[in-house]
Ligand binder design. Structure first.
Ligand code: KG4
Ligand code: ZN
Length: 345
């Protein structure tokens, strides 16, 4: 038996400070997550400066807790992985600085991880990733279809033209007075209601793999404001159900279109914060019956949101591919996977 690969991973791109220890890329020895959601709720979204300060306060505590819970010492570690983008620059810098400090002090290699690759690799804890794979990546900041031709290769084949799906959830939730982040609560409300409003599903007929959610968001907000003005009471559950059904229809339609266009796909990966949505999970599962040759690999529910375990899983894959960063690694807030047309020139 070869030596085990033990990766210490840091994640601090948004409003969760997280440190994890991952064994051989697939076993979680610890995954400590300190969330700041309560601090940001009164502002209705993440305040970058507040986020950075919380990360600074939490990161050492999270590191010590993760090492202790994993029952490992620094001598046992193989490498240190860290999210260096995309995200809030001041938030990212805290994780990057902490990871560099540990790597320097303990003479360990440093692995730079794209946060979105991390989200995809959360699915690694549900099973092995088989290539070529297609990933539907739905989070608060991103909504994209990513083609994974082989391990370590990520290419965007579809993207949102405006809002991300999670962002749309949070914005319409705000109009209903639902606390940030609104996705989970709207998801629960949606199950009590019916799709009675029939909100627009943008770009469904268009022959591309791109998404748009701003028209849907505006239609929702206009409906609620109009009802307020005329003193009409609308069912909040029906509003939530109608919104959710439109989002799910758009996501499922574009994803199945991608599967038709990429017939070599062996696996469809569902990941990102919005991948926790129960409506999306069940309707995507149902739609996959038309693709018996494609396996659906969904990120485990508790690993859909931001966490360092997923960064450790992606970090292990990158480590095996020889990816390393120097101690001059910087945060890259606008880091993106390459787009298909950039690659094809
Ligand atoms: O991936 P994530 O934790 O952070 C980013 O990288 O953006 O995603 C957070 C987003 C938020 O917009 C939140 O409202 C949404 O995921 N979300 C959900 C659900 N749980 C979280 N959206 C829909 N349904 C859910 N059950
Ligand atoms: Zn995320």
């Amino acid at each position: 038996m070869g030596k085990r690969t033990l990766i210490l991973a840091f994640e601090s791109s948004c409003d969760e400070t997280s440190v994890a220890v991952i064994e051989n890329g697939a076993t979680i020895l610890s995954n400590v997550v300190a969330t700041q959601i309560k601090s940001h709720q009164r502002f209705g979204g993440v305040v970058p400066e507040v986020a950075s300060r919380h990360h600074i306060e939490q990161v050492t505590w999270c590191l010590n807790a993760a090492m202790q819970e994993a029952h490992v010492t620094y001598d046992d570690l193989t490498a240190v992985a860290v999210t260096y983008g995309p995200g809030l620059v001041g938030a990212l810098l805290v994780g990057v600085a902490a990871a560099k400090a540990v790597a320097f002090a303990h003479h360990l290699p440093l692995i730079p991880v794209n946060h979105m690759a991390g989200h995809i690799y959360a699915a690694r804890f549900a099973g092995r990733i088989k290539f070529p794979a297609l990933a539907l990546l739905v989070s608060g900041g991103h909504t994209e279809l990513v083609w994974l031709e082989e391990e370590g290769s990520f290419v965007i084949i579809g993207d949102t033209r405006d809002d991300a799906a999670g962002e749309a959830y949070d914005k319409v939730g705000r109009v209903l007075g639902v606390a940030y982040p609104a996705g989970k609560e709207l998801d629960m409300m949606a199950h009590q209601g019916c799709d009675t409003f029939n909100f627009p599903r943008a770009m469904l007929q268009e022959d591309n793999l791109d998404f748009s959610f701003s028209g849907l968001k505006s239609a929702f907000i206009n409906t609620v404001h109009h009802a307020d003005q005329v003193g009409e009471q609308l069912s909040r559950d029906d509003l939530a159900a109608s919104f959710q059904q439109a989002v799910v229809d758009i996501l499922v339609t574009k994803t199945t279109r991608a599967l038709h266009q990429y017939p070599a796909t062996r696996q469809l990966i569902l990941a990102g914060g919005v991948a926790a949505n129960t409506g999306l999970r069940s309707q995507l599962t149902a739609a996959m019956q038309a693709f018996p040759q494609v396996e659906l690999l969904q990120a485990p529910l508790q690993l859909c949101g931001d966490n360092a375990a997923m960064i450790g899983a992606a970090g292990t894959m990158l480590y095996r591919h020889g990816v390393r960063a120097g101690l001059d690694l910087n945060a890259d807030p606008a880091l993106e996977f390459p787009y298909l047309d950039e690659i094809e020139g």
